[in-house]
Design a protein around this ligand. Structure first.
Ligand SMILES: [Fe+2]
Length: 148
């Protein structure tokens, strides 16, 4: 296994989203680095950051889709929720002392790349047309995590 590399075909063309996706890739790579050290505290720390950041990104994406009038927000939300559930299960197994780094990293990599290419690609055109209408939400926790 090596680091997951960002390639230009993963760009949606929505800068704010591409930056967030790239940051998630950075967290996945940091998790990989942490897994090599076998240091459970380090793995736990990165895993926590990865989950928190990804949840904020999902909240942002869903809000953005809703504001743009994307008709499949609910379905997209379901896909996010299912993924969050799968990652939480890994997190629980890790907390019980299991070594889950490899299957988790493989899920994160495959899921993210497929999700960007397939599910995210679907909302891009509509959101691009509406991107200027998206209002800042400085009072929301996830907004602060992404932009503060
Ligand atoms: Fe998404």
């Amino acid at each position: 296994m090596a680091h997951l590399k960002w390639t230009s075909d993963l760009n949606t063309g929505i800068e704010v989203i591409d930056n967030q996706h790239r940051r998630i890739v950075d967290y996945i790579n940091a998790l990989y680095d942490a897994s090599l050290t076998q240091n459970r505290d380090e793995i736990a720390k990165v895993l926590e950051q990865l989950v928190e950041y990804t949840l904020s990104h999902f909240a942002f994406e869903e809000e953005m889709q809703a504001e743009a009038g994307y008709p499949f927000v609910k379905a997209h939300q379901k896909v996010h929720q299912l993924f969050v559930r799968r990652v939480s299960e890994f997190k629980q197994r890790f907390e019980r002392g299991e070594d889950i780094a490899e299957p988790l990293l493989s899920l994160l990599r495959t899921w993210l790349i497929n999700h960007i290419r397939r599910d995210d690609a679907d909302y891009v055109d509509l959101v691009k047309k509406n991107v200027l209408k998206i209002e800042p939400k400085p009072d929301k926790k996830w907004w602060k995590r992404l932009f503060a």
